[in-house]
Design a protein around this ligand. Sequence first.
Ligand SMILES: *Cc1c(COP(=O)(O)O)cnc(C)c1O
Length: 350
Amino acid sequence: MSWEDSVRKVVPYVAGEQPKQKDVIKLNTNECPYPPAPAVAKLAENLDTDAFRLYPDPDTTPIVTALAEYYGVKKEQVFVGVGSDDVISMAFLTFFNNEKPILFPDVTYSFYDVWADLYHIPYKTVALKDDWSIDVEGFKQENGGVIFPNPNAPTGLYMDLEYVEEIIKANPDVVVMVDEAYIDFGGKSALPLLEKYDNLLVIQTFSKSRAMAGLRIGFCIGNEKLIKYLNDVKFSFNSYTMNRPSQALGAAAVQDDAYFKEITGKIIATREWTKKELTRLGFTFPDSKANFIFASHKSVPAADIFNYLRQQNIYVRYWNKDRINNSLRITIGTDSQMQLLIAALEAYLG
Ligand SMILES: *Cc1c(COP(=O)(O)O)cnc(C)c1O
């Protein structure tokens, strides 16, 4: 017997690379290429640093209030965490607490199986169909809970709300989590379904569409009872997850809706341009409604293109993993970044 026998052993999630040098065109972690809302910069310059002596509000009232107002729900329906990773992790711990396996797609956000392993939650994956779409029927088997992103990652494919509802409807006895990290890039949120289903948890993040990955802000909205259970677990884990600046700056970001619409609109337009260019260069991809495109080339292996782009200081994401090892996930940057990407690809493939 050694102390190592009692270690909780996990294979950790691997995040995309954050390069040290500045001249990289960074299209590998789905961050926003534009700065956060102007109100955020203004508030950041005037932060009350004396208040850093004091613990933050454990109820995260400033940002919860802003989100409740924005989405037209009660404050008691909103839960905030340190990135949606923190929110999802707490939600797994809270709601996936039975013997039956939870379900998620086989090709999806690669953190789900890590949390399941960490918390010893049994799980089963549901294979995507050949066109990369989520197999709704596969989510109708007995299970201990359900989670899937919409749009899915890393495919970018969006599923119409009627299918999301079909999955929720088929699983009234467990919590169904819809991870909407990319919903602001053209999809319809499942939030209106909260009125019909008390077992639905909708999870979103400030990291992509609100340009604030560095502050770590995520949230979920559900019925009051779900949120109460979630808070009970959070307050048993760490009362002060979100720091003061994030609470205040996050609230300021939510209040500037015009800016939010402007940057998400720009990213959508750039994405559609990029799709046309990639098609012209011989790439195929599921039709993305996210801020990235999951592309494979008809003749050149994804790993080769990845290595070439890296030498050109253009970073995209590549996984040497079953089923997805011939695809690159390319984040949508600014117009000029995408023009440079296309020019580099043209030089390589042409
Ligand atoms: C980026 C992402 C998250 C987590 O984002 P946070 O930065 O932790 O808010 C969660 N789910 C999916 C599908 C993502 O792509």
